[in-house]
Design a protein around this ligand. Structure first.
Ligand SMILES: [Zn+2]
Length: 199
């Protein structure tokens, strides 16, 4: 894995935060994340990415930051990674492919394996990094080289995957709670599982 270039580009983070607010992608309430943890904030990237100008901005910023790793192809997991992966690939002038889950397993369903190429993994949000690894393994197992990883949002806990170099545009630091000591549960706020319609 390459060493990521300087990460805390505050102007870019600030612009991404603004675009999330403007597009209604930054939701506040009581949410159960895919990790199972509870949070008072949820970023629904799809709401931001529905605006092509915002998607292009995020794609260009990620492309700038991973260009030095010289990826020959971009790989993203469906559905969340489709739009941003495509924008990054467009900006770098390389092909874009995606994998998807079938019977619980990530696989390349629609594309031939690209072979021994250099690839970058691009996602909308990284929460634990578990599915990132699962996704990247698909190409790595066929001899491709995983040269960089990027996401719009990095919402990993601070102590997780320190050895893994993830380029992100916005590092979230909202508190996360285990269900048993979640203050929002204690307050009786209805719990929303994002992706399902808030009640
Ligand atoms: Zn809760």
């Amino acid at each position: 894995m390459m060493k990521a270039p300087a990460l805390n580009d505050d102007a870019v983070s600030a612009r991404i935060m603004e675009m999330m607010k403007e597009s209604g992608a930054h939701l506040e309430g009581h949410f159960k994340l895919t990790s199972g943890l509870h949070s008072g904030h949820y970023i629904q990237c799809a709401l931001m990415l529905r605006f092509p100008a915002f998607a292009a901005y995020a794609g260009e910023r990620i492309a700038e930051r991973i260009a030095s790793s010289k990826p020959e192809i971009i790989l993203s997991p469906a559905l969340g990674g489709l739009i941003i992966g495509h924008e990054v690939a467009r900006s770098l002038g390389v092909p874009f492919i995606f994998c998807e889950r079938q019977d619980g397993t990530m696989m390349l369903r629609r594309f031939p394996h690209p072979g021994k190429v250099r690839f970058a993994l691009v996602e909308d949000v990284v929460t634990t990094g578990k599915s990132s690894r699962e996704t990247a393994r698909i190409l790595a197992e066929g001899g491709a080289e995983w040269v960089s990883s990027a996401s719009i949002i990095d919402r990993r806990a601070d102590d997780s995957y320190k050895e893994w170099d993830l380029v992100s545009l916005w590092k979230l630091s909202f508190p996360l709670y285990e269900e048993r000591n979640c203050p929002l549960c204690k307050d009786g706020l209805p719990l929303v599982k994002p992706g399902s319609r808030p009640g």
